[in-house]
Design a protein around this ligand. Structure first.
Ligand SMILES: [Mg+2]
Length: 358
């Protein structure tokens, strides 16, 4: 698998990273937003991945992770992941460093697929879903333009004031339920702003609305609160987009702190970790519904490993990742091309300039 086209042992020659231009919200998602990682090899094959962490993430890729990987054979990816985790332990484990590591891991998986001539879904065992339903996340209400584009909807309350009372949130969800009708899946994202009593009061008053889940009602660190909610809340509890590593997800799953876990493959440690998370969740009967699952970096795993896929629509600002499949009538399919099947215009992303400067 690691042999170059002329039969020699392929090695990593360069690792590049940049933060491509995008129109993300004017918050941490711009300042510490998505980074593109490219891993070049002496076989002339380049793997691409997307991680996070903005300039801080780029710095980690260009220093510690590049020092670790340049000159090395790009396999086995799982062993490389362990080495990257070890090398970033003093400052890493969670957050920006793991977001940066995720981009490198995904680039290694892209490389693995391109060398093998297989899609990532094929590497994982082959797609079991030809198409998968999608949902979209909207602010406060569901725009008419979104009807018909998705099979389910999630209302994100992150822009509502912290002082909003239970009744105002219930009203928002009642209007959303009236809009989509009784048979469409409907979820709510509280964006880590509630506490246990507030969540239980909301769930009691929203019971008739048949919500599919309440997402991140509490801080990701409030394990005691989540343990109580899973026991007492009549609406399923989801979370995990702000958790990192398969080991941390194993704790969420084994302690049953969520009904549904939502790893983000571009943040949680990449495909290497997402595969482990699916495996642990399967063993414990917990559902996985990845954050931004319709984006191409996670879609291959949903197609192959997910018994109940529901792919969250990608963010509109990642326009520089070409080759992302379209959502048609609320359905999406994983592409069959080698690796992730992405097409990156390096000049648009700013990668070409970096390469020329070296
Ligand atoms: Mg969320």
């Amino acid at each position: 698998m690691v042999l170059g086209s002329r039969g020699y042992l392929m090695k990593i020659t360069n690792i590049r990273a940049c933060q491509p231009p995008c129109n993300s919200p004017a918050d941490w998602r711009t300042s510490l937003g998505q980074i593109l990682v490219a891993i070049d090899t002496d076989a002339g094959i380049t793997g691409y991945g997307v991680g996070g962490g903005g300039a801080a993430g780029i710095h980690i890729v260009r220093t510690v992770l590049s020092d670790l990987l340049v000159g090395r054979v790009p396999e086995p990816v799982e062993s490389i992941w362990d080495d990257m985790y070890q090398a970033t332990l003093p400052f890493g484990r969670k957050g920006v460093a793991m977001m940066a590591l995720s981009g490198v891991d995904l680039a290694l998986w892209d490389l693995r697929g391109k060398v093998a001539g297989k899609s990532v879904a094929q590497l994982l065992g082959g797609p079991i879903h030809a198409v998968m339903p999608t949902y979209t996340t909207v602010w406060d209400h569901i725009p008419t333009a979104q009807f018909g584009r998705h099979r389910a909807f999630k209302i994100h309350l992150g822009k509502m004031t912290d002082a909003a009372d239970v009744g105002s949130f219930v009203d928002v969800m009642k209007r959303a339920r009236d809009r989509v009708g009784p048979d469409v899946a409907l979820m709510i994202d509280a964006w880590m702003k509630w506490d246990v009593p507030f969540t239980l009061r909301f769930a009691e008053r929203a019971a008739s609305l048949k919500l599919d889940w309440i997402e991140e009602p509490l801080s990701p660190d409030d394990f005691a609160g989540y343990a109580e909610l899973v026991q007492r809340c009549p609406i399923p509890i989801a979370g995990g987009e702000h958790e990192f590593t398969a080991a941390a997800f194993a704790e969420l799953i084994e302690r049953r702190l969520h009904h549904i876990v939502q790893p983000d493959v571009c943040w949680c440690g990449g495909m290497t970790e997402l595969v482990k998370i699916y495996r642990t969740a399967k063993a414990h009967g917990v559902r996985v519904c990845p954050h931004r699952g319709a984006e191409i970096w996670g879609l291959h795993a949903l197609a192959t490993l997910d018994p109940q896929p529901l792919a969250e629509s990608g963010r509109p600002w990642m326009t520089w990742v070409g080759g992302q499949p379209a959502i048609v009538d609320g359905l999406i399919a994983a592409p069959s091309g080698p690796g992730f099947g992405v097409e990156i215009d390096e000049a648009v992303c700013g990668l070409a300039h970096e390469k020329n400067a070296e």
